[in-house]
Design a protein around this ligand. Structure first.
Ligand code: BG6
Length: 493
């Protein structure tokens, strides 16, 4: 495995901990080695020391860790190389041959953990250096393109170097056990699927918010923003998982065909939608925390969005008329990723309700993180005299199963690349279909610099305008409590 961007943030936070977990669990093939590539100067031993130090920060401590890490780090190598310079790739070829003892090793897995500006450059240099060999695979991080045009250009470049079956466009949300479980929940249970359509579902919310800012990533985020960072990929994937049709047989092609069908059914955004059904925001300072514009490497007059809420529609038989509300934001009160399915109200309420508040609709919450669980809210008779009804919850928590398996989304996805399973990776047509839908948003913001960008103080649930968007549907966003510790704390603020 050859990691471009080996001295960067993603490598230390996600890739190395994932590889370490795979190694520790005996899930890496014999003879597996990593060559880290970057411009920062390291020798093998200094790179190993650096990674060991970082692993101690990012991997939960356990028994015999010292020994396992020492073994794991023997598999790590480093090559100082500027990935933008075609002339340097000969060094990589030479190093590969030296390390594998092979004439021309071809079972190579390239991982692009670099700034997106290099995504189009590296494959061409690999081709020029004849490193695009038949058994080679390449993994590319998101965002894949900045808009539809650049995504098409990138697809074109990749297709000129690799076959589609060699290209793994990663979206780590799909690597999450809980995201995959949406499919199992829907299609392994006879009781929900008949209700999973416009006849019984009123609207759906998908939320992926965080209580952190952009940390040290100002430079990256300024050119990206929430739409490219979270919406065009992660959030729309969640919509696809919630909305897609069951394939007859579950395999990579069939599953990915269904994802594309959802993207192609998204109701194109009109001028009115762009005006009224999208709220973009940017966090502003609180008493103790910086606002976005005060962050390092961020322009003092930046109009980059750190929050988006949108209403989108899917035009097909199953979903016509059902709004899908999506939102993401940095510096919110808590970190949570969840899908809330709101079923239609009972046609008539014949009981009194406890406290005078009468929730008449069932709600299903699929929480992807943290406290991974599934909750169904339903009304029942409040014990005692009379016939008052109150809402209660039935819940399943992954912790009841002993928790999620070790290793996170990245471990699962890297293992899939090694095995050659593309199911959880984004195909070229899906990337383009998703961009086709979101491209008008970017264009609209570009052409209308006066389009509103609302401020929201750090630690709040985003601009009030996003509440207004929900009120139009006669509803409020489902906001979990601030400090999630267990399912009892599902509450609406
Ligand atoms: C990444 C984004 O893809 O996903 C980050 O670039 C974001 O900005 C992260 O913080 C969220 O992922 P997770 O798995 O922590 O919810």
């Amino acid at each position: 495995m050859i990691i471009f961007g080996a001295s960067g943030d993603l490598t230390k936070r996600k890739l190395m901990p994932a590889l370490y977990t795979l190694y520790k669990d005996g899930r890496l093939p014999d003879g597996f080695i990593v060559i880290g590539i970057g411009r920062t100067e390291y020798e093998d031993d200094t790179y190993r020391a650096y990674i060991r130090q970082e692993l101690e920060r990012f991997v939960a401590p356990e028994e015999q860790m010292e020994e396992t890490m020492a073994d794991f780090s023997k598999r790590l190598h480093y090559l100082t190389l500027n990935p933008a310079d075609a002339g340097e790739y000969g060094k990589l070829d030479a190093r590969l041959q030296e390390l594998t003892g092979g004439e021309e090793p071809d079972n190579l897995l390239f991982y692009l953990a670099t700034p997106p500006s290099l995504y189009g450059v590296i494959p061409l240099h690999l081709k020029a250096a004849h490193l695009n060999r038949p058994r080679t695979r390449i993994v590319v991080e998101k965002p894949f393109g900045y808009d539809l045009k650049s995504a098409r250009e990138l697809n074109h470049i990749y297709a000129s170097v690799f076959e589609e079956h060699q290209i793994y466009r990663i979206d780590h949300f799909l690597g999450k056990e809980t995201a995959q479980n949406i499919l199992a929940f829907r299609f392994a249970n006879g009781i929900f699927e008949p209700l999973w359509n416009r006849n019984y579902i009123d609207y759906v919310e998908s939320t992926a918010v965080e209580n952190l800012g952009i940390e040290q990533r100002g430079g990256f985020y300024e050119g990206t923003g929430a739409l490219r960072d979270m919406v065009q990929n992660h959030l729309i994937q969640l919509v696809a998982l919630t909305a897609l049709e069951p394939p007859a047989v579950f395999n990579a092609d069939n599953f990915r065909n269904e994802v594309v069908k959802v993207y192609e059914s998204l109701t194109p955004l009109t001028e009115e939608d762009l005006n009224e059904h999208i709220v973009r925001g940017q966090y502003t300072a609180s008493a103790t925390k910086n606002g976005y514009r005060e962050e390092k490497n961020v322009a003092p007059d930046s109009r980059t969005e750190t929050y988006i809420a949108m209403k989108i529609g899917i035009e097909n038989w199953r979903w016509n008329g059902v709004p899908f509300y999506i939102r993401t934001g940095k510096q919110m009160p808590t970190k949570v990723t969840e899908i809330v399915v709101h079923f239609r109200e009972t046609p008539h309420q014949m009981f009194r309700c406890e406290g005078g508040h009468c929730p008449r609709a069932n709600k299903l919450i699929l929480r992807l993180q943290p406290n991974e669980d599934i909750v169904l809210k339903f009304g029942m008779k409040a014990p005692g005299p009379g016939f008052d009804v109150k809402q209660v919850m039935m819940d399943f928590s992954y912790s009841d199963l002993g928790g999620l398996p070790t290793g996170d989304a990245y471990a699962r996805l890297i293992e899939d690349c090694i095995q050659g399973d593309q199911t959880l990776f984004t195909r070229s047509d899906a990337v383009e279909a998703s961009w086709r839908f979101f491209d008008p948003v970017l264009r609209y913001w570009k052409e209308h610099p006066e389009a509103p960008l609302y401020g929201y103080p750090v630690g709040t649930w985003g601009p009030l305008e996003s509440e207004a968007m929900m009120h139009e549907h006669g509803a409020d966003w489902t906001n979990p409590c601030k400090n999630l510790t267990n399912t009892d704390e599902y509450c609406e603020l």
